[in-house]
Ligand binder design. Structure first.
Ligand SMILES: Cc1cc2nc3c(=O)[nH]c(=O)nc-3n(C[C@H](O)[C@H](O)[C@H](O)COP(=O)(O)O)c2cc1C
Length: 190
């Protein structure tokens, strides 16, 4: 069984991150041997990184770090779902990533971004971070462009199934790459 966590990188009230995450898991390749879980950083209320010892030493002091580590350890692969803020990915996502080290290492990851310009700058920056952590980013990084007219009065994306339809195929390709990467890793370990 391969477990993939879809990690929502944005935390602001009224964000579209959760809406996109739920849309994604309907599209990502399903099967009896793989499952998805949405992990919302906002639920974890992590303070700004406050561990004294480098995470690679595995000597976590705080209860919130230990709990976050245990959650992330549950998965074999990840989707980092990031918006773009001021030509970067949000501090909330970097903070959550920086808390841990070995939990991420060697694991396959898909970087999926969104924003007015598809979040491609944030995605490229995040790829560098995943490489530093020795993760295995998929070659394909889905990028969802959200134009202003796509937002409804409630701040959510209007009719997401229809408006994100053009991104479905690319997301499936990235999802297949993630699964293959996970399977390759399993056979390396076996
Ligand atoms: C502070 C801020 C800065 C933003 N900067 C960019 C940007 O540089 N490039 C871009 O494409 N979109 C930018 N946007 C638009 C966001 O990507 C868009 O509002 C998206 O819905 C934010 O994700 P969220 O709703 O999950 O918070 C910005 C939005 C905010 C709130």
């Amino acid at each position: 069984m391969m477990k993939t966590q879809v990690i929502i990188g944005s935390t602001r009230p009224g964000r579209v991150g959760p809406q996109i995450a739920h849309w994604m898991i309907e599209i990502l390749p399903s099967g009896k041997n793989n499952e998805y879980e949405i992990v919302d950083i906002a639920d974890w209320k992590l303070p700004i990184f406050d561990e004294r010892i480098h995470p690679s030493m595995n000597q976590y002091k705080h209860t919130h770090t230990k709990a976050w580590s245990n959650k992330i350890k549950e998965a074999d692969a990840y989707v980092f779902l990031t918006p773009e803020y001021n030509a970067g990915y949000p501090a909330s996502l970097k903070n959550a990533i920086d808390y841990l080290y070995h939990e991420w290492s060697d694991k396959p990851v898909m970087i999926a971004s969104y924003g007015i310009g598809g979040g491609s700058t944030a995605s490229a920056q995040l790829r560098q971070v995943t490489e530093r952590l020795k993760m295995r980013p998929t070659e394909t990084s889905p990028a969802f462009t959200i134009t202003r007219d796509m937002y409804g009065e409630d701040g959510q994306i209007k009719n997401i199934d229809q408006s994100f339809d053009p991104y479905k195929e690319n997301l499936k390709i990235a999802g297949d790459e993630l699964l293959r990467s996970g399977q390759n890793l399993e056979s390396e370990i076996a």
